[in-house]
Design a protein around this ligand. Sequence first.
Ligand SMILES: Cc1ncc(C[n+]2csc(CCOP(=O)(O)OP(=O)(O)O)c2C)c(N)n1
Ligand SMILES: [Mg+2]
Length: 817
Amino acid sequence: MPALTAQHEHIFENFRRWGYLEADLDPLGLLRLPTVPELEGDTEEYQAARRFYCGTIGVEFAHLLDPARRRWIQERMEASPTVPDRARLLERLVSAELFEQFIQSRYPGAKRFSLEGSTSLIPFLDEVLETAAARGGEHALIGMSHRGRLNVILHTAGRQAAEIFAGFADVDPRSVLGAGDVKYHRGATGEFRARNGRSLHIHLVSNPSHLEFVDPVVMGRAYAKQTRAGSDGKQQVWPIVLHGDGAFSGQGVLAETLNLGGLRGYSVGGTIHVIVNNLIAFTTLPEDLQSSPFASDVARRAPIPIFHVNGEDVDAVARVAQMAAEYRAEFSSDVVVDLVGYRRHGHSEVDDPTITQPVLYRRIKEHPQLWRTYAQRSGLDPEPVAARVREALAAQQQEAGKFLKIPSMRKLPGYWAPFFGGRYKPEYEEVVTPVAAEELSAVGELVARYPDGFHIHPKVKKLLQQRLEMTRGQRPVDYGMAEAMAFATLLRQGVPLRLSGQDSRRGTFNQRHAALYDTETEAAYLALEHIGTGEVWCEIVNSPLSEAAVLGFEYGVSRDFPEALVLWEAQFGDFANAAQVLVDQFIAAGEDKWGLLSGLVMLLPHGYEGQGPEHSSARIERFLHLAARDNFQICQPSDAAQYFHLLRRQALRKWRKPLVVFTPKSMLRHPDASSPIEAFTRAHFRPVLRDAEVANAERILLCTGKIGHELRAERKRRGDTSTAILFLDQMYPFPEQDLADALAQHPNAHEVVWVQEEPANMGALFFILPRLERMAPGRAVRSVKRSASATPATGSAKAHEMEQQTLLTLAFTTGKH
Ligand SMILES: Cc1ncc(C[n+]2csc(CCOP(=O)(O)OP(=O)(O)O)c2C)c(N)n1
Ligand SMILES: [Mg+2]
């Protein structure tokens, strides 16, 4: 081969960099792209380069940092494409399009979020999965929103059309009163049969309406399945996420999720992202959706390629699918595919698009259906296939009539078998959370250990020494050590463990020290990661500065590793509101909507310490608002031993429910919240802590968290012997019996006062008061709280102190006569 001239190279480099901007990507010519002066010219080189880079495939890869990856793409783009199995592609297109039309004609007025205009998604997914199967893939986790979901369930997950049609008939609404979900959000599992005879298990992840929030959940689930699969897990389990163009460019959680792709502790060996780009979002056009030409532009910050492909060139779509999947397999990297099409109907089928885009929809109406044009271009007769498909769909509709209730299209993996959800029953309380003294002292040695020659920081050395003394009963155990002991004892009992959060390895409050850092080399050593044996893994990870993506990821991990203790920690509890969608739509509602359980733990630092409107409150009220039907557990352990037992209970129980824990800040090392070693060897988690100091009180103060300790100190200061202080360590499920028993210990108490640090419109007040009133007939029920406020706390530390003092004073005087 003659050496390429510099001129030739220069021209090709320009096309490699900018060619996608002049590629023929858009079936209806709607994309507005800039012209590129560097691509002007008509020499032979220009024509050759244009053929490679400005056809129906345009690829952005000049921003990849690794020359080997750029070369890999270049070689494939500059090679002649092989001819695909066109008969097969046609058959899939016909089937995908006629399925939509069948629903349109048989269930008029029903929403399905048709795929028409982007039906080449179905052959695209086929080719991705074919490549995955050839590369050792066994599972594909697919996340997607509404558009084309039913089509994917049928063609990709391999479910029966009859099962889908039964959903349109809504055969038994009574069975899902107040629960369940609409058909275009429900999950499905099935099999995709590849040509090489292998089949891939497909897991279509249940999805809420909130666009893009499923993305990190898919990754977390894939991560868990890959961990389970072992060393070649990343080849076995393939995450694929489908996006709308509007959602891709607009929703920040997508950007957060892309950022996880290359991080240790979160990498899943590459996710295949597909934008089903119909150049519209509901009624809004691209010029109002993104500031840049392509919806995909947000992905260019990551070192991953972006393939654009004209969705009407089905051969090119198949070629891109193969390239994308091969790239993922080769480089363990994310890849983005922008499948450009249009939307044949309104946003849903009951929506009239001619109101907002009358001209566009006149054009779309005249635009031929893809299966017909593809057949024509390929010289194939589509009619025999079409007749077969129509007949099969009609037969499936007959079958659908036989279902008595909407069929579940999902089978849970076997590892869920031992676990259950539903309402809480007291007989579940069988788990043993105390640990023998010898075991605790053995564990103390283990967690305080570091390798020979490790240069330990003097402050940390002192702390480790103190921890040893704690397990030997020589000093009270604080929260940090209680947690380390809970983790270590669980690991020794065979429970895998994963904790992620911002700065979680050291701990935001310098309390955890799960990782020790060598003062000479900065190498990290995590004693907990060396405790489990065999399959028992432990990961304590510093997360990126994201709440939504990281919480979604950990929820995903918990969904596919129910036997592990999976924890997400917020830096401060209120930052969890940046992930509120995950809490609302998955964690609180997942069981009700989809019958899906999770044992995820959320650790949310909470407490009023004068740090201002933020950093004070983890918004207890928000979680209590979401509490119903025992959907999750909401707890605030008031001392170290309670925390220890709570974590162990969560891991050892088979009742799998998310657990929200309000964790302390200043109380982390406070002697009042530390516990004697005996509390770890004997007790268990108590939802209500009784008062050991005051018997037969005249007044009862009921509270949760730090304020209780302050009330105790105030009582001591006052020399008060007639006021009992009870801690409500579990707010939900509401421990009615335990609380009733605790109240009954003080039959002469004429009033019960709920005391909280939070303002009147926040905290647990609204939740507790009506329950207390019901439970304390004949006693006055009152409350002490900050005045209602638009912010959780004051910005002035001094004002905070004054308020706090007032709370304490009021607590000891309110209603007193
Ligand atoms: C977070 C969120 N905001 C708004 C909506 C309402 N909504 C549902 S679909 C949709 C348009 C989505 O457009 P696009 O992502 O392009 O997908 P398409 O429907 O075109 O396939 C909107 C605004 C939503 N579901 N989720
Ligand atoms: Mg769209």
